[in-house]
Design a protein around this ligand. Structure first.
Ligand SMILES: Nc1ncnc2c1ncn2[C@@H]1O[C@H](COP(=O)(O)OP(=O)(O)OP(=O)(O)O)[C@@H](O)[C@H]1O
Ligand SMILES: [Mg+2]
Length: 271
C-alpha cells in the first residue's frame, strides 16, 4: 500500500485514462513502447480486471494511476482531478504484501491513520478490519509469523483502512495456493460489495477476473494496447462452474490464442 500522508477520501470515484502512452529507454538505448494510446474509463464503484501477457504494460499502467510514474503523453484523472503524484485516495497493493516486518499486524494496519494523525478516532475501525479479515487472533503477531494468506489479508486491511477512492491491486493473490486464493477472492468481493471502492485488478488468472470483476480489459503487448473490453454480465454471487462462466472463459482463452491450435502467444497467462 502506497499512500501520501494526507487526509483519506471516503467516497469511490471514477477513473479516466485518455490516450496514455508510456515509453521507456532500455539500458542499450533502445526505446520500449510499454503503452500506446490507452483510453479507458472506469465507473464509480466498478471493479475491472486487466489481463494480458507478461510485459503488456499492466503494472506500468497501475503505477501511473498510483502516481508513482508519469505518462510520456496522455492524461489520467480520478474523477475530475488530474493524477500528478501519489495520494491517499488511491491505494496500491502489490503481489508481495510488503508488510513492515518490524510492526505487528495491528500496527501495520494502523500505518495510514497513524501517518495522518487520526489513529485515536480510527481505533474502532482497526478492530473492525482485524475482525473482518479474521486476523483478530494474530493482531499482535509479526509478519514472519503469518501464513501467506494472512499476510495478504493484513495488507488488504492496511490498504482499505485509508478508504481509497480507487483501489489498485497488482496480482495481489498471485503468491497464494489455489484454495487460499479462492477464499481471498470471496473476501475481496465481499469487502468491495460493502464498500463499492472503484477497483482495478491486475491478474494472470482468467477465472479470477471472471469471478470478481464487472469488466475484463484484455491487453496485448509491444506496444501495450487494449485488445478488447468484455462485460461480465454474470449475476453475483458467481459460480465457477456456471455454464455461462465457462463460456466466457472459453471466449477469453480464444482471444488469447490458447484455445485452438494456434501458438500460445500469451505467455504468462494462466488458464
Ligand atoms: N523502468 C523500466 N525501464 C525500462 N523498461 C521498463 C520499465 N518498466 C517496465 N518496462 C518495460 O515495459 C513493458 C511493460 O512492463 P510491465 O511491467 O508494465 O508489464 P506487465 O504487463 O506488468 O508484465 P507482468 O505480467 O510480467 O507483470 C515491458 O516491456 C518492460 O520491460
Ligand atoms: Mg506486472
Amino acid at each position: 500500500m502506497v499512500t501520501a500522508g494526507i487526509e483519506a477520501a471516503t467516497e469511490p470515484s471514477s477513473l479516466h485514462l485518455r490516450e496514455v502512452c508510456k515509453t521507456f529507454r532500455r539500458a542499450d538505448g533502445a526505446e520500449v513502447v510499454a503503452l500506446d494510446r490507452l483510453t479507458l474509463d472506469v465507473a464509480e464503484g466498478e471493479m475491472i480486471a486487466l489481463i494480458g501477457p507478461s510485459g503488456c504494460g499492466k503494472s506500468t499502467l497501475l503505477r501511473m494511476i498510483a502516481g508513482l510514474d508519469r505518462p510520456t503523453s496522455g492524461s489520467l484523472r480520478v474523477g475530475s482531478q488530474p493524477i500528478d503524484g501519489p495520494g491517499a485516495e488511491r491505494g496500491l497493493m502489490f503481489q508481495d504484501p510488503s508488510l513492515f516486518p518490524w510492526k505487528t499486524v495491528r500496527r501495520n494496519i494502523e500505518t495510514g491513520p497513524a501517518a495522518r494523525g487520526v489513529l485515536r478516532s480510527h481505533r474502532g475501525e482497526v478492530d473492525e478490519y482485524l475482525r473482518l479479515t479474521g486476523l483478530e487472533p494474530f493482531a499482535d503477531s509479526y509478519p514472519h509469523q503469518l501464513s501467506g494468506g494472512m499476510a495478504q489479508r493484513a495488507a488488504l486491511a492496511r490498504a482499505l483502512i485509508n478508504h481509497p477512492k480507487v483501489l489498485l491491486l497488482d496480482e495481489p493473490l498471485g503468491a497464494l495456493d489455489q484454495f487460499t486464493r479462492m477464499r481471498m477472492q470471496d473476501e475481496v468481493v465481499r469487502i468491495w460489495r460493502a464498500r463499492r471502492t472503484t477497483t482495478v485488478l491486475v491478474t494472470h488468472d482468467i477465472d479470477e477476473a471472471l469471478y470478481m470483476c464487472d469488466r475484463i480489459v484484455v491487453m496485448t503487448p509491444r506496444p501495450g494496447r487494449i485488445e478488447r473490453v468484455m462485460d461480465v454480465t454474470l449475476e453475483r454471487p458467481r459460480h465457477r462452474n456456471d455454464p455461462r462462466f465457462l463460456e466466457l472463459r472459453a471466449e477469453i482463452l480464444e482471444m488469447l490464442h490458447f484455445a485452438g491450435d494456434e501458438p500460445a502467444e500469451a505467455e504468462g497467462v494462466a488458464s
